[in-house]
Write a new protein. Structure first.
Length: 197
C-alpha cells in the first residue's frame, strides 16, 4: 500500500495549510519564500486538489473515484465531494477526538479499535451514514493509549452533525455534514473545474 512519508509541517507550508487541520499543534518557524511568478489557473486547481488529498489522507485513484461518485449524486458536485470526504470513518474518528491527528485516526481504525453499529470496522475509507453509531471497542477503552488520546483531545470541539457521548466513547452520526459545517480550507469548485476538463 502506498504511504505518504512527507514531513507534515513541510507539506503544510508548501500548500499553505495550518497544521491544526491535521491535528498538529506545532507551528513551523520557517517561512516559505515564493517566487513572484504568477500561478496559472491549472496550477491553482491542482493545488486545491492536493490540499484536499493531503488533509484527508487520500491518494489519487480513490480521490478520483470519490469525485466520480459525487458527480453522479444529486446536487452540487463540489459539495457532494466534500461531504463524502468528511464522512470517511478515519475523519469521523478524528473529529470525535478518538485520535490526536488524522494519521493516528487512520491507525486507530486499522488496529480495530472502532466499531460501527456494534460491528468492528478496520477500513479507514468506510463511509458512515446518518444514524450510524461509532464506538471505541470495550476491550480498547481502558488501555493507556486510548486514555492518553482522550485526555489530549478532551477540549476539541465536535461538529454539530455528530452527537458525542464522551463518557462512553460513543457517538451517533445525526446527519451527513453540509458544506457550511466543514471547516476545511479547500475551494472544491476548483477541483470540479480541474476534473471536468
Amino acid at each position: 500500500m502506498a504511504v505518504n512519508r512527507d514531513p507534515v509541517l513541510k507539506r503544510c507550508r508548501s500548500l499553505g495549510i495550518e497544521p491544526s487541520y491535521l491535528g498538529y499543534d506545532k507551528k513551523s518557524r520557517r517561512t516559505l519564500t515564493r517566487s513572484n511568478r504568477k500561478v496559472s489557473e491549472y496550477g491553482m486547481q491542482q493545488r486545491e486538489k492536493q490540499k484536499a488529498k493531503f488533509i484527508y489522507g487520500v491518494l489519487e485513484k480513490p480521490f478520483r473515484n470519490y469525485y466520480n461518485k459525487a458527480d453522479r449524486m444529486k446536487g452540487s458536485t463540489g459539495t457532494n465531494l466534500m461531504t463524502i470526504l468528511e464522512s470517511r470513518l478515519d475523519n469521523v474518528v478524528f473529529r470525535l477526538g478518538f485520535a490526536r491527528t488524522r494519521r493516528e485516526a487512520r491507525q486507530v481504525v486499522d488496529h480495530k479499535f472502532i466499531t460501527v453499529n456494534g460491528r468492528g470496522v478496520n477500513i479507514p475509507s468506510y463511509l458512515v451514514k446518518a444514524g450510524d453509531v461509532i464506538e471505541v471497542k470495550e476491550s480498547k477503552k481502558n488501555i493507556q493509549r486510548m486514555k492518553d488520546i482522550v485526555e489530549v483531545t478532551s477540549g476539541r470541539i465536535v461538529p454539530e452533525w455528530l452527537d458525542l457521548d464522551a463518557e462512553n466513547l460513543k457517538a451517533t452520526v445525526k446527519e451527513l455534514p453540509t458544506r457550511e459545517q466543514i471547516d476545511v480550507p479547500v475551494d472544491e469548485m476548483q477541483i470540479v473545474e480541474l476534473y471536468s476538463k
